[in-house]
Design a protein around this ligand. Structure first.
Ligand code: UDP
Ligand code: MG
Length: 323
């Protein structure tokens, strides 16, 4: 029995790239089916994440032309991570394994062979696609991404392969993932927690085929803060230790000053140092409150248990005519 592979591709305003992505994926599928690596029941599923352009129309068009293409239409824009999760959770009932990929062809389609191989021959449940270059990203993006993964590692939350949501997951790994109920999704941090045997395959990340990045600086920053605060409580502990250090320091300082007074040493008027202390501690306080607020905000959102996405429509032809 050959593997039923479902590709899951979140799309937000990607009308410019869907034709090319479909063409290349179709070629890859034909080749894999011919070599009996994957079953003809395999599908390519686009998840339309509330696009404002004609992305959904394009997806429907693809589905009507060829039953290998399926589509999921979300009720509104929920962001990359939620769209991806919506896709994965929907297809897990149909597939043996699913590969998630961006729509813009930055991920190398030929890596799929290596991923399938790891899944079939080495019985890996999770295969991470890790880019071995970032030449095509801007220097700024490379540096910030590098700093982010370093910070994650330093905070000791866990070591996460520096991958861009290009990965294969087996059906049971997807089942495992479905048991994580959190609202603040950071799949790159969650997937390693699922466990099972995993492997890494390296690939070269290319240029975006068309259109522009949907991750402007603002989104990247909030993605980084979410990533850190949803996988680790270390920043709060860090603040606690700084606070503790300054508290001890202040007590020693107070003893020193009182002591000087009693031995009759002249009192020095030190406005500058007083101001610095006030401003310094004020800043530290605000930082601490901010970090705590970040966690409380997360708790607030989690306890509401709102749905992470709502599926408006799912178009999928389960059986292929060829069977
Ligand atoms: N995306 C999405 N919803 C969003 C933003 C992005 O589904 O709100 C999709 C987008 O269509 C693409 C993938 O997420 O397939 C990655 O986005 P992009 O290529 O813009 O990110 P970058 O590669 O620049 O980090
Ligand atoms: Mg991209």
């Amino acid at each position: 029995m050959t593997t039923i592979l479902y590709m899951v591709i979140p799309c937000y305003n990607e009308e410019l790239v869907i034709d090319e992505t479909s063409k290349r994926l179709k070629e890859k599928y034909s080749q894999l089916i011919e070599n009996e690596k994957i079953s003809p029941k395999s599908r390519i599923v686009y998840v339309n994440d509330g696009s404002k352009d004609k992305t959904w129309e394009k997806i429907q068009e693809k589905h009507n032309e060829d039953s290998v293409f399926s589509g999921i239409n979300l009720s509104r824009n929920r962001g990359h991570q939620n769209a991806l999760l919506a896709g994965l959770m929907t297809v897990k009932a149909f597939c043996d394994c699913a590969i998630s990929m961006d729509a813009d062809l930055q991920d190398d389609i030929d890596t799929i062979d290596a991923m399938i191989e790891k899944f079939e021959d080495e019985a890996c449940d999770i295969v991470y696609g890790v880019r071995d270059n970032r030449d095509t990203d801007t220097v700024f993006k490379r540096r910030t991404a590098g700093a982010f993964y370093k910070t994650m590692e330093l905070l000791g939350s866990q070591s996460i392969p520096n991958h861009a949501d290009f990965r294969l997951m087996s059906r049971r790994a997807l089942e495992g993932l479905s048991q994580f109920p959190e609202e603040n999704l950071f799949l790159r941090g969650l997937v390693p927690l699922v466990g099972y045997k995993s492997a890494v395959v390296y690939y070269k990340r290319g240029e975006r085929f068309a259109g522009e990045s949907k991750y402007p600086l603002k989104k990247m920053l909030s993605f980084a803060v979410d990533g850190i605060t949803s996988t680790s409580a270390t920043p709060m502990r860090f603040i606690l230790w700084i606070g503790f250090f300054f508290f001890i320091f202040a007590i020693i300082g107070a003893i020193y000053i009182v002591g000087r007074h009693f031995i009759g040493a002249p009192d020095v008027s030190g406005w500058a140092s007083t101001m610095i202390a006030i401003i310094g501690f004020g800043g530290l306080n605000l930082l601490a409150v901010g970090i705590i607020g970040e966690y409380i905000g997360k708790i607030f959102i989690e306890v509401k248990h709102r749905p992470r996405y709502i599926i408006e429509e799912f178009i999928n032809q389960e059986e292929n005519n060829k069977d």
